[in-house]
Design a protein around this ligand. Structure first.
Ligand SMILES: *Cc1c(COP(=O)(O)O)cnc(C)c1O
Ligand SMILES: [Zn+2]
Length: 419
């Protein structure tokens, strides 16, 4: 049973419909295509109770996902932890902060497990035997792992100089890895050409409309885990700008389906200052972004020419949100702040989100008494090198009690004197 009606052009003044096929661009206006649903039928058939009665995975929202039959790939993905971050609240001088933690998503520790799960379930319905992607790191990790689980041939195209954790985290699965010199934007251009020649499912190119729908489940989980309520603010990291638009779509869909009340949720976007085409456009009051050449430690979100940048700007504006960016130094401070307050280790993209949330609170754009959810989308073990030389130093001693006694006296003189 599916509630999907068509693919639909996202351009407001076009809106042409297309059949459910592996395609992503409107032939008339070159707008991006998006999956559309019969929301009246969904509203009539889902309730909080039916959803709560299902297993704790992203597939509990299956009426809102573009699969005809049962999902066949990534059936255990999602329903990651959602916490009230009381220590972080104190550090930020704010009264209600939550963290949605996809750093522990299954199986590859980032939110990309959601999009890949939908993309590969759909690729199988379409009858593809080979899947591929252009990646900044996490997508490759997830596509490689889940293609093995799905029994599909897999090609991952990535910039040659990605972090070691991201490269190893793809190559370990034994899939076809192609490293390309230069930035992600060149990788993506090449992949568009390859997609024209080969009958492969490029998850973030020709089957992108289906893939992108998986991101909505990140938003759905926030709303359910907050007790079927929409928060007043959500801060989302932006690479191609898809996740931020899908978190917005998730909120609108749950309001339309009668599952949550409209709380006027403001969607805010976070980028690195070294790759900020979307936040720069918003700050300059532009509707169109100018592509940039990325130069940031936040490699997973370093996309200089974001495919959904235009729609990201539209969603942020329409909801009354804002966008900010964080320097490399602020990114590292953001990673450390989350670790030292909440005991959560996020990658550079999470450092961006924490740092940007701090800025938005300081700027008064997120008032101290309005609920805010911080989107943590990937795990810190994948980007360890940015912390080299940036952590509190630890001593090295011989395995001798007197050396430890001396050390303890040095570390905690007051406590030691009292013994
Ligand atoms: C891919 C990615 C994002 C953002 O993705 P979009 O392209 O904007 O949908 C955010 N965080 C992490 C860790 C990612 O890997
Ligand atoms: Zn169109």
């Amino acid at each position: 049973m599916t509630y999907v009606t068509s693919l639909k052009c996202r351009e407001a003044d076009c809106g042409r419909m297309y059949p459910i096929e592996p395609s992503h661009i409107c032939e008339y206006c070159f707008g991006k295509l998006e999956v559309d649903y019969d929301y009246e039928a969904i509203r009539a058939s889902v309730s909080r109770e039916t959803i709560e009665g299902r297993p704790p995975t992203m597939w509990r929202y299956r009426e809102f996902l573009p699969i005809d039959g049962e999902p066949t790939v990534g059936v255990q993905v999602g329903f990651t932890p959602f916490i009230r971050a009381r220590n972080l609240e104190r550090a930020l001088g704010h009264s209600e902060v939550y963290v949605k933690n996809d750093a522990v998503n299954y199986p590859t520790l980032s939110f990309k497990d959601r999009v890949v799960s939908v993309a590969l379930s759909k690729a199988r319905e379409f009858g593809f035997d080979t899947v591929a992607c252009a990646t900044t790191g996490n997508l490759g990790n997830s596509l490689a792992a889940q293609s093995i689980q799905a029994g599909l041939q897999c090609f991952v195209f990535m910039p040659a100089d990605l972090e070691r954790g991201k490269v190893v985290g793809t190559a370990v699965y034994g899939v076809n890895v192609v490293a390309i010199s230069g930035s992600y934007d060149g990788v993506n251009r090449l992949c568009s050409e390859i997609a024209d020649r080969h009958d492969w499912a490029f998850v973030n190119i020709n089957i992108r409309p289906y893939y992108a729908e998986g991101s909505k489940t990140y938003g759905f989980e926030i709303l359910e885990q907050l007790g079927w309520q929409a928060p007043q603010h959500i801060v989302v990291p932006m690479a191609g700008g898809s996740l931020v638009t899908k978190v917005d779509k998730a909120v609108r869909e749950f309001v339309t389906a009668g599952l949550v009340e409209d709380a006027g949720t403001r969607i805010h976007g976070a980028q690195a200052t070294g790759c900020n085409p979307i936040s720069a456009a918003l700050k300059a009051g532009e509707e169109i972004f100018t592509p940039v050449k990325p130069d940031t430690i936040a490699r997973s979100i370093a996309i200089g020419n974001p495919a959904d940048g235009y729609y990201a700007i539209e969603a942020i504006r329409r909801t009354g949100g804002w966008a900010e960016d964080a320097t490399d130094e602020e990114i590292v401070q953001g990673m450390k702040l989350l670790a030292e307050t909440e005991g959560l280790f996020t990658e550079t993209a999470g450092g961006v989100t924490v740092a940007v949330t701090k800025k938005l609170i300081e700027q008064g754009r997120i008032p101290p008494d309005e609920s805010v959810v911080i989107s943590i989308t990937g795990h810190g073990l994948k980007t360890q090198e940015v912390l080299d030389g940036r952590l509190r130093e630890w001593p090295v001693i011989e395995a001798k009690m007197d050396e430890f006694d001396a050390l303890l006296e040095e570390l905690t003189p007051a406590v030691y004197a009292g013994r």
